[in-house]
Design a protein around this ligand. Sequence first.
Ligand code: ACO
Length: 322
Amino acid sequence: GVKSVVRGVGHYLPKNVVTNHDLEKKVDTTHEWIVQRTGIEQRHIAGEDEQTSDLALGAAKNALAAAGMDASEIDLIVLATTTPDRTFPATAALVQEKLGITQGSAFDIQAVCSGFVYAVATADSYMKNGLGTKALVIGAETFSRLLDWEDRTTCVLFGDGAGAMVLEAVPDDTEGDRGVLSNCLRSNGEHWEKLYVDGGPSLTQSVGFVRMEGKEVFRHAVGMISDVVEGAFEKANIEPSELDWFVPHQANKRIIDGAGKKLKIPADKVIVTVDKHANTSAASVPMALSIGVADGRIKQGDLVMLEAMGGGFTWGASLVRW
Ligand code: ACO
């Protein structure tokens, strides 16, 4: 059989940085409130002429460069987003076109903030079944397009960006135990009204705005995250104490701290970017991975746990030997 090994990661952020102090000028909020409740200090916001596919392309190019690979080698693109450029085609197909390639397959995944973990699990499963040999797995969002700037309980929490990972299928008796070791995915649609967008093509023929019961999301988050992380360790038959890096979805510092505490993961093994990026939905995990690799923390051979939870609810975790 084959397994999927990480060859490189990269990210791309729009240039425009909006600080909490900037937000104080247009929303009834304060820097102190936002930092205390969420850990967020700033976010990047895409310009009007920048679409999700543009951010995704930037991240994809950086990941390909890190992998030392050319786009012509890619035969699978799985892109997680909640903010596609258009209702269709899939943003993955637009990225394929922008990369100048026509081979293989490309499609989007919609699992909101859990999208990147779902995309890793999907690409991994596809390659194990012969549907691709070199994959670009992307999480990309222009989440700011879904924000109601009149609603201070949501608009301060999110940002835009993209992250990408190159996975390669290799015989599973090569490269030691490197690769995606296990994936654990869950959803429960009973919770959809706690976090949703109030528009869509079928419902309103428009995009709509994010609506959220923040306290309810918070109440469920830590338990759901812990379940899938423990599930991923169990499936891989690996002890949590062996973990080198915990790379959680970056929604809120208090949720990250709560999950780390419940899972007994020391704070110095947790990659945190929510202070600089805010919640970028499907882009947050691959951007955090890219930053952890770029600054030398995540190295080849390390055991890395990716985790996310979001709208649906959906939640999931992937354990990777880097
Ligand atoms: N600035 C100032 N005051 C605010 C703001 C703001 N931006 N937003 C809300 N408030 C006020 C409220 O109106 C309320 O005032 P009141 O007491 O006079 O009514 C007060 O602050 C407290 O509001 P709460 O909603 O109770 O605040 P809470 O401590 O629950 O924090 C938060 C809100 C940060 C949203 C929290 O519930 C949370 O983090 N939830 C998790 C949701 C999340 O992270 N979602 C991201 C998407 S899902 C995902 O990615 C996992």
